[in-house]
Design a protein around this ligand. Sequence first.
Ligand code: MIG
Length: 805
Amino acid sequence: MITSTEPETKGNFFPGHIETFRFDGNSVTFTTKNNVLLKIDVLRDSILRFRYGTDGIFENDFSYAIDKETIHGFNKFEIQENTSHITIITSKIKCRISTADLKIGIYDLQNKLILDDEAGFHWEENFEFGGNYVKMSKNSIDGENFYGLGDKPTSFNLKGRKLSLWNTDQFAYTKDLDELYKAVPFYVGLHNNTAYGIFFDNSFRTHFDFCNEKRNEVKFWAEGGEMNYYFIYGPQIADVVSSYTHLTGTPDMPPMWALGYHQSKWSYFPEERVKEITGTFRKLGFPCDAIYLDIDYMDEFRCFTWNREHFPNPKEMIRALEANGFKTVAIIDPGIRIDTDYGVYREALDNDYFCKRADGPYMRGKVWPGQCYFPEFTNPEVRAWWADLFKELVGEMGIKGIWNDMNEPAVMEVPGRTFPMDVRHDYDGNACSHRKAHNVYGMQMARATYDGVRKYAFPKRPFIMTRANYAGGQRYTSTWTGDNVATWEHLWLANTQVQRLCISGMSFTGSDIGGFAEQPSGELFTRWIQLGIFHPFCRVHSSGDHGNQEPWSFGEEVLNITREFVKLRYQLLPYLYTAFYQYVEEGIPILKPLVYFDQEDVQTHYRSDEFIFGNQILACPVQDANALGRRVYFPKGRWYNFWNDEVMPGGKEWWVDAPLEKSPIFVKEGAIIPKFPVQQYVDEIELKELYLDIYFKTGTETSVLYEDAHDGYDHKKGRYSLKTFKFRGRSNEVIIQQHKDGKYLTTYEHLQLRFHGLPFKIVQAFIDNEEVNLTELEYDPDYSTLKIPKKFDLLHLISQVDARR
Ligand code: MIG
């Protein structure tokens, strides 16, 4: 294996002088004297793809990451040539290729340097496996910062770190551990208020060095395959992240219940215990939408079977749970027990669907069921077979979601704790070893699972969760941060990892609330719930080895506080659902780290203690034991304290009190936050009205509300509703303009408005320029509340009779 401490030149080859170049409309291909190929594709004015081949050839062009439906197209693509450079010019950037050595420099249109090569592309031959170690080194400007790379459990800003990507099962991982469950070879660089992204689409083990070895050098390299990366220009981080997310794809809208609170444990069984848990939620009025079955529901851990002693009639149980508002989610692992009496095993064996070693034997390894073989998920035929296995579990029994685990893949008792490198894979017709397929194995399992659940849950929407994933896997599945620990440090990690995953294209994510291993104190559990309600995926899960982790397991006080916060999540569902829609449609991460929110403000560059949930809520989890408050950095703008409507100016750090029952939450001035009434589960109640919490501002602010049927596919036929509210406030009036797109008719007729910080009593109200009697609107001046019909274009509220009318 390559170690980066070797001198750069030992064994390394570098491209020579350019000999020819060919332009073909979307790309330019260069050849050098020593037979290096470089193909630069212009995907968009701000996205260039670089592929390097040695020996004058490229590999077959294939990627699991890139979304086939991603939109290509540019406004401008020009080439200029002079003695030392060839320059590609788009409407956003210039890319200079040095004729002497193929080195790249990318500039904005004002000729400001964005990124250029240090040594640039170079390679080393791999005598053991063939092919090359492919390497890239770039210059890094002083003060540059780095973000991204998926689920790394380390500081949010990656400056100074050296990290690698190799999907690994890491029970009870620790801070700064390198290789975790996911491989997302995408990062953002930020310097001089200019952001760009690099997506190194290579599924071999990849390495990244962000100015660790050398102060002004960034390197990334892979242990095989091609140097194949995308350069994505910002200049805003938001542009980079959305472009990357579009390139690798977004999921469809999940069923809304998947955004509710979920309860899990390894494991709830037998059936009576499951019902006792769900019953307790309802008895205590603690909202919950899903209950999880971990591996013990199976018959000796055989996937797609049931332990009939513990679950004599699963279909009936699932139906009963559903009648009580609980969706049942079941775990499915990749290991298939070697057992001739087991249908799934026999079918896979008969059809040759299991992974094999280089010389022919099956890939055999121990996991929960004992000795197992493993389906070859990179073979499309195997994926189709796997998808059909969900016919019974999902289609007939009514399981609503599937949770894929152990798909790094994790194997017990073998060196490396995964498949040996010689295991063969189809890689969708690009035969290879496990070295190349390892990082995509979990993604392809989740993809096959998604295909099956989507098919058999129809006409409902599927819900999938996976532990392992690769870039682009967000198209199929949600994810979680794996086997964390019930410590304060892990609460901090969960906060950082989820923000990092959000800007790495994977917004639908959360942590095991309370910690998987060991047991949290009531205080830690409470603080973790206060964080978890702001994560796109919100589930309590624990190993169960150290006591119970249901919200009522920590006494009355913890139960009461956590219930209030989970109720708040349920109230905020329309707001979260809207943020999810913007993620699906525009690739906007559901959580926005402060540096994403305001990259110009250097105070944000190393911060992850606060984040923006959706577009307008600043969440500031308390991350320390016994803390009665914390310092909060307020980014630009002005922020209402959620608890008392006090307004805090941005651009400063302030101490905020936070007794256990009050985690600091702030709302952006001018925001219109849509809210549901509290429900025990999604769609428990037919909505009679929607609440809009309006935070007064002198000035303007735009808010968005997306609605649809919460499940099913009608929204794809135009039956959705996308509303934009434009708020304008002055000292004596408020104007709200509403614009609606889409054909969905909401079930409610009225909006219940509640103003925060309104500086006047309303004296007159106009809806679409017609005066309306305030008593008809049920105006309550003490609470600044008002009820109006949902259909209006213009709402005008004024503080005194306006002589102009
Ligand atoms: O080797 O299915 O991360 O959530 O409860 C442990 C049992 C296997 C690891 C998962 C965890 C799950 C557990 N699994």
